[in-house]
Structures are given as C-alpha cells and as structure tokens.
Write a protein that binds this ligand. Structure first.
Ligand code: FPP
Ligand code: MG
Length: 304
C-alpha cells in the first residue's frame, strides 16, 4: 500500500481510538456514520511532519476539530447534505449534531494539551479565529456584501486560519521554519475557499455532494458575486442584489452563469485563487517540498 494512504489510515485509526475512549455506543455509531471528506488537513500534517506517532496524533486532533466545525456549520447553515450524504443535523436533528460537534471538539482539545505549548497555542488560537470567522460569515450574510476586504477577512478566519495553523504546527513538530509553512497554509486556505465558492456556481449538485448554486440563497456573497457586482451596470447590480437570500429560478441561474462568463467575474476570482496558490507552490518548490506544492495545484484544479 502506498505510504501516504497507510499514514492516512493511521490517522483514521487514531480518531477511532479517541472516540472509543468515550466508551459510548451511541457516539461511536454517530461518528462512524460521518463521511470522511478529503482529509486535506491530515495530509498536510503528514507531508510536513512525516508519519510518526506525534504527527499522526496531531493530524487526528486537527481533523476532529475540523469535523466538529462542519457539524456546527451545517446547523448554522440549515444544510441537509454534507460530503454527498445527508448531514447529521438532517438525519438526527440539530441537538445531536451540536452535541456531537462539542464531543469531537473537546476530545480533540483534550488530546491537544499533550503537545508542547507552541503547537497547542497555534491550533487553539486558530479555533478561536474560525469561530469568529463563522460569526462574521453569518453577519455578512444578512445583506448583499459588495466589500472584497470583508469577504477576504471572513474567509481567512473561517477557513484559512486552521489550515495555516495546521501547516505551522506540523512545521513546529518537524523542526521546520514555521513562518514559511504558515504562509503556505494561509495561501492554500484562502485559495481553497475561493475555489470552493467558484465551484458552487460552476458545478452540479451531484459533483459537489451538496446543492449547487446555493451560496447566494444562503446569503453568501462570495468573491465571484462581488466581482460580478463590480462589473455590472446599475440595472444589473439591482437585479443581482434582489436575488440575495432567494431561491433561484432556472432563468435566474442561467442569467447568473451568463453574466459571470460575460463580465469575466468568475475568471477574475479564479485568477486570484491561482495567484495565491502560485505563491504557496513557489514557497514549497524552493524547499524541495514537491508533495506540498502538488497539494496546492490539485486543490486549484479540483472539480468538487
Ligand atoms: C464551512 O463554511 C465552515 C467552516 C470552514 C468553519 C465553521 C466554524 C464554526 C461553526 C465554528 C465552530 C468551531 C468548532 C471547533 C466547534 P461554508 O458554510 O462556507 O462551507 P460549506 O459549503 O462546506 O458548508
Ligand atoms: Mg456551510
């Protein structure tokens, strides 16, 4: 079996072992029903810090925290699907999803305290950031947001901060330059969220594993929509703003796709994600970290 898959298997086993420590059949059953996702954060830890016991444990802690944040996010967003299957809040209810999130989060934190202070503080600080970022996401969703800076700040906190902390803490574990890996993680995280926001517009529900073109209905004015707003004339701007928070008809979906292409808004968002990604790639190739550079390229070119 290839080394990377083996190491990821060790991370899965570690998470199962942490959950088993709770000694509760219901929690184990709920945990095993959760879809696994891409495990991007675990892959980063393993590529930066190798597949030793400490790295596997750090990867498991971070993936548990990430899984917890998605359980809470699906409650906040009233989501019914996650990673292609019905979300836990949809099948078991919001109370179960919130508590399962709390359990994974606190178990992860308990294990985080086994690490040295720098690592524990880096990861713990990022969780504060992602919680503040989620609150900002909710606030920004209350009206159409045309402000690029507010969007970038929000996605930094909501998504990039934990990926930045993942790379920085793994670097600390491996005795590598923390600041360089933190920068790599920050750029990867920002590009990841922008690509996610682009795919919401361009891909089908089947590919995404969640409803397609759903962000605007959820109130999320993502980067392509902000660029689109900037490019449209007054009439177009008014039409776009009026769609905020509404269920889109097939006609409005077609209109959005058309003007996204015509104005170059989608392309502009993609080029920005690529620019962020290229800086991350350059940081890694100059250090001979080809595997870490490839993670960025694959993430930018992904289709779901
Ligand atoms: C997904 O965003 C959400 C996040 C990346 C972060 C969510 C963070 C919290 C709910 C804070 C709570 C933290 C803990 C540790 C319990 P999205 O809704 O844009 O993406 P999606 O389409 O995948 O849902
Ligand atoms: Mg969500």
């Amino acid at each position: 079996m290839p080394e990377a898959i083996d190491a990821l298997g060790a991370v899965e086993a570690k998470m199962r072992a942490f959950v088993a420590e709770l000694n509760n059949d219901e929690i184990e059953k709920l945990y095993h029903a959760l879809p696994k996702g891409k495990r991007l954060r675990a892959k980063l830890v393993l590529k930066i810090a190798g597949a030793g016991d400490e790295a596997v444990k750090l990867a498991a802690v971070i993936e548990m925290i990430h899984a917890a944040s998605l359980l809470h996010d699906d409650v906040i967003d009233d989501a019914t699907t996650r990673r292609g299957v019905a979300s836990l809040n949809a099948t078991e209810g919001s109370k179960q999803a919130i508590m399962m999130g709390d359990i994974l989060y606190s178990k992860g934190f308990e294990k985080l305290t086994d690490f040295d202070r720098t690592i524990a503080a880096t990861v713990a600080g990022a969780v504060t950031q992602l919680s503040v970022g989620e609150l900002m996401d909710v606030r920004l969703g209350e009206a159409f947001n045309p402000d690029v800076e507010a969007y970038m700040q929000m996605i930094y906190q909501k998504t990039a901060a934990l990926i930045e902390a993942t790379a920085a803490s793994a670097a600390a574990l491996a005795g590598k330059e923390r600041a360089i890996y933190a920068r790599y993680g920050r750029n990867l995280g920002l590009a990841f969220q922008i690509v996610d926001d682009i795919l919401d517009i361009t891909q089908s529900a089947e590919k995404l594993g969640k409803p397609a073109m759903h962000d605007l209905k959820e109130g999320k004015t993502t980067l392509p929509y902000i660029y689109l707003y900037e490019a449209l004339d007054e009439e177009g701007k008014a039409r776009l703003v009026a769609l905020h928070g509404r269920e889109l008809t097939p006609e409005t979906r077609d209109w959005i796709r058309l003007v996204m292409e015509e104005t170059g808004a989608l392309r502009r968002a993609y080029l920005y994600a690529r620019e962020l990604g290229e800086e991350a790639v350059a940081l890694m190739t100059s250090r001979g970290e080809e595997a870490l550079a490839s993670i960025v390229s694959a993430m930018i070119e992904r289709e779901f």
